[in-house]
Each structure stands twice: as C-alpha cells, then as structure tokens.
Design a protein around this ligand. Sequence first.
Ligand code: COA
Length: 182
Amino acid sequence: MTGKTVLSSRVEMSEVMTPNDANFLGKVFGGKVLALLDLVAYAASSRFAGTICVTASVDRVDFHEPIEVGELVSCVGVVSYVGRTSLEVTIEVSAENVLKGSRRHTNTARVTMVALNEAGKPIEVPRLICETRDEKIRFLEGRLRREIRGVQRVEFDRIASTFREAEESVLDELLSQEKLLP
Ligand SMILES: CC(C)(COP(=O)(O)OP(=O)(O)OC[C@H]1O[C@@H](n2cnc3c(N)ncnc32)[C@H](O)[C@@H]1OP(=O)(O)O)[C@@H](O)C(=O)NCCC(=O)NCCS
C-alpha cells in the first residue's frame, strides 16, 4: 500500500451561522458544530483513502465558549493518524466575527473514520507520510489515544461489571462515596 501526505487530505469548510442554527439561548447548537465536524471528517478521510469512509467514533469534544449567530465557522481537517482500515481526522474549529474581523479558536476535535470497500467491508488505507515535526507528533498522539482508549475500555468494563454483581447494600455504600477510583 503506497503512502499519502497529511497535506493531501486537508479539507477546509466554512459556513455562516444562521438563526436556524440557534438554540433556545440564541447561541449555536452543539449539534450544528458536530454535524460540520462529521462532514469535514468524511471529506478528509474519503479523499485520503480514495473510498467512502464512515464515522466510527468521535473523541471528546469540549465547547469552551458559545458561537454566535452571524459568525463564520471554519473547520480545517487533516488525517492525523492511520491504522489498518481506520483513520483519525483532527479538526480545528474557529469562529470569526465578520464585522469586527476577530477570529477565535473554539475547538479541536478528533473523529475516527473507517474506510469501506464496495461491499461495505473495512478496507486497508494508504499509510500516512508525516513530513513535519508536528505531523509526526500528531501521529504518535493518535496512536497513543487509540492505545489508551483500549486500556480505558477494559478497565471500565472490569469495574462496571462489579456493580452488576454487587448486593444493593454495596451499591448504597458506593453511592455514598465521593470517588470510585483509589
Ligand atoms: C465502523 C464499522 C465499519 C466498523 O466495522 P467492524 O466490523 O467493527 O470493523 P473491524 O472490527 O474490522 O474494525 C475496523 C477498524 O475500525 C476500528 N473501529 C471499529 N469500531 C471503532 C470505534 N467504535 N471507534 C474507533 N475505531 C473503531 C477498528 O479498530 C479497526 O481499525 P484498524 O483496521 O485501523 O485496526 C462498523 O461498526 C459500522 O459500519 N458502523 C456504523 C458506521 C456509521 O454508520 N456511522 C455513521 C453513524 S450515524
């Protein structure tokens, strides 16, 4: 399988937020931003893989400050890590007040996509050629995130399974504790 550069996957998408995108407080819905992230992840991963990619999971997305109606939201996505058939797309989101010309970074999101063949089965993706120091670091971070997700899942299942087997008095005791981890 040949390789492709990070740059070859780069996708930029911008959209002005309209009143249709607002929640009951008049700020932009979180779901609107998630939909934009999903589209950018689709375009960057499918461009890179040369085949349709579907969303497997979205890493934690934090919303630190609201986005206003009228602002121009821009998402820049690149493939940051590849496994065998899966790809991680890192997306930087910014919001621009077009009247003031001020622009702020609002989120960094990571979406894992899986490349599918015509039969809808996962298919191998090109290897990722990391040219710059930042690209190499991002790739290693993606691999680390994947390994940590695996460890976290096993540990969560191990502890959560004890809840299901516990007597109700034990559950009540656990409820009275501030923390579950030592
Ligand atoms: C994503 C999907 C194709 C994976 O299929 P699968 O049969 O579980 O595939 P596999 O077990 O062979 O895994 C394929 C790759 O996906 C990765 N993967 C599977 N589920 C994943 C998840 N939830 N999060 C991250 N990666 C995942 C695997 O680690 C593997 O990666 P690798 O090849 O780089 O090592 C399948 O679960 C699916 O079709 N999901 C629905 C996708 C969709 O409709 N998305 C839109 C939601 S509205």
